[in-house]
Write a protein that binds this ligand. Structure first.
Ligand code: AMP
Ligand code: ZN
Length: 493
């Protein structure tokens, strides 16, 4: 199936600020790198949103028939507190607090990450390399950057010389920052730094005696800087220049800016043709972030056990909610939004489940081919999933109209409609076909709703012993009832 030859994709390239026609370096092949999680705590739904956007993109490119090599790393060393060049390693800090080995931290949260992604029906990437597995490659890169005159060694650490680099290259071209402005805006680091300039960043940090995660290097025992791992792993598996590099918007600066600088300094080549940045998920109007604690973890949303939402939501409902926004828009996670998505999702599934019972006619009154191309056009337009979903609802309308006999479709058009719906709903958007009844959340909801009703009747009859018993026994079973102004809701522990 050589579908990709027929579809022209446009991608919004963060580097140029324009939607550009996508042309892979090697025809039929695509190399895509996405910055993965730092595995020092459970992923939150903001992280999930970013990875989900790239999962959908991966799915679509594969569907078109491209051979995609999708590399998504695991950061298991080198990422310091506050994303800075000083302070404790995030993983070592967690290990110290929990009194376990850093690699136990890494293992625990890597497993958690994979479990979450499985729950949300992600496709695994082609390669999932770790920073600690690529120390030698990182040391080699540093040597090249030093040899080319863009880095300096101080007290066992190596820093990238941003000022020197900017004399012959353009530091800041991705994030649209000028070095002069950065100089103006950077606070002086009251003398505790070995850096020549505060804008310089660490390629290698000397390990203090108590630092556990350390490796030998030509500059002494230490560990790599955070930005370096992605340069090492992306180019190792995808080549010095590859097609797509993705990540969350917050990684544009300094992380991705530094990746470009490192690659240009080491290899004389800009690494990436299309930079893609996914926008942030907010929780009640504020960016979801580990550092501020404004987060909801997937299992809290899936179980309903949280203080923000009125009920539990199925994984596909959350996936559908996320796909209803363009990956480039800010998305606010709210109960109203999730409830609306849940309704829409089950409406779509109900319609899909009726497809097989539709009667074919001799002639079609709907142009299914045009509708199908409209679905492709939406995805081709910078992976515009909300428009794809609008077209899927158009198909729901067709299904109902054919059922009612208002419109007709031939056998062939019915088959095409079904095939195309399946492609976009399940293969590309990655949704799973669950009906309201089948989704665990709703079976449970139905049962608990009956008990809530019985409790209300008990109260109305002033039988408080029974109403308390219902509440307490549900609590013992891990189901908390919450009485609010709009009635009683529940959450699951
Ligand atoms: P981290 O583990 O903090 O390095 O983050 C992993 C990925 O999640 C990165 O691509 C971040 O850009 C992304 N990310 C972090 N917070 C959010 C958020 N609130 N919304 C969307 N993506 C996020
Ligand atoms: Zn990265």
């Amino acid at each position: 199936m050589q579908l990709f030859q027929d579809q022209q994709i446009k991608i919004y390239n963060s580097l140029t600020g324009k939607k550009e026609l996508f042309k892979p370096i090697n025809e039929g092949h695509i190399g895509m790198y996405v910055c993965g999680p730092t595995v020092y705590s459970n992923v939150h739904l903001g992280n999930v949103r970013t990875f989900m956007s790239f999962d959908m993109i991966f799915r679509y490119l594969k569907h078109l028939g491209y051979k995609v090599r999708y590399v998504r790393n695991i950061t298991d060393a080198g990422h310091l507190e506050n994303d800075a060049d000083a302070g404790e390693d995030k993983i070592t800090k967690k290990a110290r607090l929990e009194q376990i080995e850093p690699m136990e931290v890494v293992q625990r949260y890597t497993v958690d990450f994979h479990n979450i992604l499985n729950t949300f029906n992600f496709l695994p990437p082609s390669i999932e390399p770790t920073a600690t597995g690529h120390i030698i490659e990182q040391i080699e890169l540093i040597k090249s950057i030093i040899d080319n005159g863009f880095a300096y060694v101080v007290n066992g650490s190596v820093y990238f010389d941003v000022h020197k680099f900017n004399e012959s290259h353009e530091y800041g071209k991705l994030s649209k920052r000028k070095l002069e402005d950065l100089i103006h805006n950077t606070r002086e680091l009251d003398g505790q730094s070995d850096k020549k300039n505060p804008q310089d960043f660490a390629l290698w940090k000397k390990a203090e005696p108590q630092h556990i995660m350390r490796w030998p290097s030509p500059w002494g025992d230490g560990f790599p800087g955070w930005h370096l791992e992605c340069t090492a792993m992306s180019t190792k598996y995808l080549g010095d220049r590859f097609d797509i590099h993705g990540g969350g918007m917050d990684l544009k600066f300094p992380h991705h800016e530094c990746e470009i600088a490192q690659n240009e300094a080491a290899k004389g080549e800009s690494p990436v043709n299309y930079w893609m940045h996914a926008n942030m998920l907010e929780l009640n109007g504020q960016r979801m972030s580990k550092s501020t604690g404004n987060t909801v973890n997937p299992d809290e949303l899936l179980s309903g056990n949280n203080k923000f939402f009125s009920k539990a939501y199925a994984p596909s409902v959350i996936r559908f909610f996320i796909a209803q926004s363009s990956y480039r828009s800010v998305l606010d996670l709210t109960d109203d939004g999730l409830l609306a998505s849940e309704k829409g999702f089950f409406r779509l599934m109900d319609a899909i489940n009726q497809l097989d019972s539709l009667q074919a006619s001799k002639a079609s009154t709907i142009d299914i081919n045009a509708w199908k191309q409209a679905c492709y056009d939406a995805m081709n337009d910078d992976f515009n999933s909300p428009i794809v979903i609008a077209h899927l609802f158009e198909a729901v309308k067709y299904i109902n109209q054919v059922k009612e006999g208002v419109e007709t479709l031939t056998e062939a058009d019915l088959a095409l409609l079904k095939e195309t719906i399946n492609i976009f709903t399940f293969d590309v958007l990655g949704l799973e076909n669950v009906t309201k009844k089948e989704s665990g959340t709703d079976k449970l909801s139905a049962a608990v709703d009956i008990l809530i009703k019985l409790r209300q009747e008990a109260r109305a009859n002033r039988d408080f012993a029974l109403s308390d018993q219902i509440r307490d026994e549900l609590a013992n079973a891990g189901i908390q009832l919450k009485d609010g102004k709009d009635g009683t809701s529940f959450s699951v522990n």
